[in-house]
Ligand binder design. Structure first.
Ligand code: CAO
Length: 416
């Protein structure tokens, strides 16, 4: 069975996390991703957060599966010529350098388009056009500038960044979607185009419910926020909502049996209106089913602390998995707080390929995430990340048709 993106060749100038996430996704779907790295240096993440001396870090390996590595000095004259030929041969070019870096290399979008009018040129930057367009940006800066940090964390405490890399991996996802869309458009137009995604914009797209709440604030308090029931007045901006559910069905993180010693003995519990009566029966409060103070979602809003307190009295008598086993058959939406250890050891995630064990020639076996998107007719396997420059000769020979002598000459000239 062929892969969905078989035949698409990608010139991958990405580094760190946001860009590599994007190109790894495309590689999982079958694109030939040629990762271009500076000779002798490579992607900085190869050496960051190393757990084994002199071996590519997990940070690098987990973001660069299924790619080929070509070393090429794009500031060297021969290197520039080779790069020009690679632009001719590829369908997509992706980069996430600091603003202006690609122009300083001598390859602005206008020139890329001139070399190959079918080229789709995709970039990630921290900010879009505007006052911050020239800024370098990392994950947490994007979370702060995109509205995530100001709306995450506990009320009255400092803004909080999330563990999910919504600035980097989130923007990589958005960019991959833009690239595939541009490839589809090229089928009709015959032309490539420029695809850009700013990390601030990507984060904001994922935070849209908080922009929703910002506007709702103009029409009264946000009644599903805990602070409403606690009588704490709202200010001018969407506040931090702790673990309150962001949707219309109130939810909280509640303690389960063992919470005193196990930092992850908690469950998320949603008081979905449709199953309120089942919830009352489970927690031993059958009288709340008909009591006008508790029977309807609106009536419950001022009492959420009391309601969740009663539910927690019950969840504390059960393990997080028992809560799941009891509530699921009753259609009550709950979910255990899973630690990374539990996720890494979960057999069902191994079976679906969501977590895979990969073998690497220098580090041995390690765990990684597999493709979270499953296509029925386009299987997606995980191939270990390349060593620095592992495919330089192969790419120059097979993609550009260089002879062994020409490759040796390019090497002598410091181009690869
Ligand atoms: N050959 C020759 N030079 C190369 C090269 C190659 N193959 N690959 C990279 N370089 C050069 C670049 O041209 C650039 O040189 P100049 O500054 O002289 O133009 C230089 O290497 C460094 O590039 P950079 O500025 O992008 O890297 P940095 O480490 O200083 O900054 C980062 C890193 C991530 C802050 C910045 O790239 C950035 O803001 N990117 C956009 C936003 C983004 O993607 N952030 C997420 C990163 S993950 O948290």
């Amino acid at each position: 069975m062929g892969k969905a993106l078989d035949g698409v060749r990608i010139l991958d100038f990405t580094h760190v996390q946001s860009g590599p996430t994007c190109t790894q996704l495309l590689a999982w779907f079958g694109a030939d991703v040629i990762k271009v790295e500076r000779p002798g240096v490579g992607d900085a993440t190869r050496g960051q957060l190393r757990d084994i001396p002199d071996v590519d870090s997990l940070y690098f390996t987990m973001l660069n599966h299924n790619k080929r590595s070509l070393t090429l000095n794009s500031k060297n004259e021969t290197g520039k010529q080779l790069l020009t030929r690679l632009i001719e041969e590829c369908d997509v070019m992706v980069e996430n350098f600091a603003p202006g870096a690609i122009d300083r290399m001598g390859f602005p979008w206008e020139k890329i388009q001139e070399i190959n009018p079918r080229m789709i040129y995709a970039s990630v930057k921290g900010f879009g056009p505007g006052p911050y367009a020239d800024c370098k940006v990392y994950e947490n800066v994007a979370q702060c500038a995109g509205g995530s940090a100001s709306t995450t964390g506990m009320l009255g405490e400092v803004p909080m960044v999330t563990g999910a890399q919504i600035g980097d991996s989130g923007t990589g996802l958005h960019l991959a979607f833009g690239i595939v869309t541009a490839l589809y458009h090229r089928e009709q137009s015959g032309r490539g185009q420029r695809v850009t995604c700013a990390m601030q914009d990507g984060v904001l797209n994922l935070c849209r419910v908080k922009l929703r709440d910002q506007q709702r604030l103009g029409h009264g308090p946000l009644k599903e926020y805990s602070q409403f029931g606690e009588g704490i007045p709202f200010g001018e901006a969407t506040p931090r909502a702790g673990n309150d559910s962001g949707g219309g069905q109130p939810g909280r993180i509640l303690k389960c049996k063992g919470w005193e010693t196990d930092p992850d003995a908690y469950t998320y519990f949603i008081t979905q209106a449709a199953v309120w009566k089942n919830i009352c029966d489970v927690i031993g409060k059958p009288e709340w089913k008909e009591d006008p103070e508790y029977a309807t979602p609106d009536a419950r809003l001022p009492h959420l602390n009391e309601v969740f307190g009663a539910i927690e009295d019950w969840t504390m008598t059960k393990s997080k998995f028992e809560v799941m086993e009891i509530c699921n058959p009753l259609n009550i939406p709950v979910g255990p707080i899973l630690s990374m250890k539990e996720i890494a050891e979960e057999p069902s995630l191994r079976e679906t390929g969501t977590i895979v064990e990969v073998d690497h020639p220098e580090r041995g076996k390690y765990l990684s995430v597999g493709n979270p998107v499953k296509l029925s007719d386009s299987p997606s396997d995980v191939v270990r990340s390349p060593l620095l420059g592992e495919h330089t000769d192969e790419v120059l020979r097979d993609v550009l048709g260089l002879s062994d002598d020409e490759i040796a000459k390019a090497r002598e000239e410091g181009a690869v």
